[in-house]
Design a protein around this ligand. Structure first.
Ligand code: BG6
Length: 489
């Protein structure tokens, strides 16, 4: 038997990609992002000072022109407003998860469902009750909720009032939100993650930082505030319920050196440091590593760090590392490297690996390597909180979705995960695959990039019945869970 009896099998989602229910919450920055596709980035509509309309692009780190206002443009489609309407379908969706035998559902809360403006004196009872109902529904089936406090989310009102995470005051508003949810749900939720994919936030633009800036100094400063907020949230959570388990959440995109040229190897090490270890070192060891301080100094960045911040980082180290795993990249000093476009996970292509329809490399062995890499560096329990294949699914004439390609992808990854546990001795808490019920793509805003074991009848413009249909992978995953990972065929 390779996996513990308590192994947390399940699935994961994010509020902005599933919930909808906009009339019952405040606007968040992600509500201003249109859909794009693999070649066209998602955009945010703005009105310039002279009244003309223009756009800023989320992942291109555009600046917001002086005096420009961010607006909702009624000519455009915003996928988060309705999404797959988990808000109206949560009972049905959780019942489907229960039927697959889920032990865990990783989900995020919409900050603006709790504090619609971010700075409200009191939380919204309606919003709090909604999540009470969702947790009760999970617990009814023995499904353990795991909650991400912020998954690419920031209240729109705070972005106007404070200018986003660049403003230190964001820390206090975030902690107030955390105090509310930790207290309210302390008897229903044991597992928490603070910020989703914290290592992508620096470049995640308006949606996560709450402001648009091409200025690195500003973005690193905002990131520093997020680190402090996260660490303080960890300490706060423990003071409310010492039984909580609180993790960090990393997008684990490791790179292979392209050649055995020591220059490529060195570049590979530097890439690992600046894109992953920077974050895990701070959140697991409680301080900025010297290589980061030196590297940002070299860039001319002068971080404003209050004396108490150092203490907060030290007091707020995590209990476990949650990470997403989709693809790997290649570290090369070549100038003509080819990078996948239009996605939030840009990576250099690898000739030894196949790619998904969205250009993401498919690398099951990379998962075993990632598990070993993180475990040997920190010896903390790990949890794979996202993994999966985003692809086009087409129902056949009888309306069935025979997604053997997804089963194959998941099987390959689970086999490597098993080796990492069984042979390498990695301490793994669980595995929640991404988007068990089809959801809106975060990177491109499309519906047609599907990860689910359950199909949702909805297209890229928001048309469809939102009916849920089980795919072939549904029964396959059910058997995997039933056998605690022994049967992967
Ligand atoms: C991760 C995010 O980056 O990858 C999810 O935490 C996201 O929100 C997932 O959906 C897959 O990315 P995409 O762009 O295919 O939705």
């Amino acid at each position: 038997m390779s996996f513990k009896e308590s192994f947390l099998w399940g699935g994961a989602s994010a509020a902005s990609q599933v919930e909808g229910g906009l009339t019952h919450r405040g606007l968040a920055t992600y509500d201003f992002m249109t859909a794009g596709n693999k070649n066209t980035p998602r955009k945010v509509s703005i009105i310039l000072k002279d009244g003309t309309k223009d756009f800023v692009y989320n992942f291109r780190k555009d600046d917001l022109p002086v005096g420009a206002q961010i607006e909702l443009n009624d000519q455009l489609y915003y996928p988060s407003h309705e999404a797959i309407d988990f808000y109206g379908h949560y009972k049905e969706d959780i019942a489907l998860m229960a039927e697959m035998g889920f032990k865990c559902y990783r989900m995020s809360l919409a900050w603006t469902r709790i504090y619609p403006n971010g700075d409200d004196a009191l939380p919204s009872e309606e919003g709090l009750q909604f999540y009470d109902d969702v947790f009760d529904e999970c617990l009814k089936y023995g499904i353990e909720p795991m909650v991400t406090t912020v998954h690419f989310d920031y209240p729109f009102h705070l972005s106007k009032k404070l200018g986003g995470w660049i403003n230190r005051a964001s820390i206090d508003y975030y902690l107030k939100y955390c105090f509310t949810i930790f207290t309210r749900y302390q008897h229903k939720v044991k597992y928490w993650l603070t910020f989703n994919e914290i290592n992508l936030l620096l470049n995640n633009g308006y949606r996560s930082l709450g402001f648009c800036s091409s200025n690195e100094q500003e973005r690193y400063q905002a990131l520093h505030h997020i680190f402090v907020a996260s660490a303080k949230a960890v300490a706060l959570a423990r003071s409310i319920n010492p039984k909580f388990k609180i993790g960090m959440m990393l997008a684990n995109i490791m790179s292979y050196p392209e050649t055995c040229n020591p220059k490529d190897q060195l570049y590979c090490m530097e890439t690992a440091r600046m894109t992953r270890y920077f974050y895990t070192d701070i959140q697991c060891r409680g301080e900025y590593p010297a290589y980061v301080l030196n590297a940002i100094k070299k860039k001319g960045i002068d971080l404003i760090m209050e004396e108490s911040d150092r203490k907060s980082l030290k007091n707020g180290t995590v209990d476990f590392i949650g990470f997403s795993y989709y693809n790997t990249s290649v570290a090369t000093t070549r100038k003509d490297k080819k990078v996948t476009e239009g996605n939030q996970m840009m990576a250099v292509e690898n000739p030894y690996l196949e790619k998904s329809e969205w250009g993401w490399t498919i690398d099951p062995i990379g998962l075993r390597l990632s598990l070993n890499d993180l475990y040997s560096r920190y010896q903390l329990p790990l949890m794979i909180v996202e993994n999966g294949l985003g692809t086009i699914d087409t129902p056949n004439e009888s309306g069935q979705i025979i997604d053997d390609y997804r089963i194959n992808y998941l099987r390959q990854h689970l086999m490597q995960m098993k080796i990492a546990v069984e042979e390498d001795g990695v301490d793994l808490m669980g595995y929640t695959l991404w988007g068990p019920i089809d959801l809106i793509s975060s990177g491109t805003g499309e519906m047609s990039k599907r990860y689910g074991l359950v199909y949702v009848d909805l297209d890229d413009e928001g048309n469809g019945t939102k009916k849920r249909i089980k795919k072939k992978s549904f029964d396959w995953y059910k058997e995997v869970i039933q056998s605690n990972g022994e049967i992967l065929e």
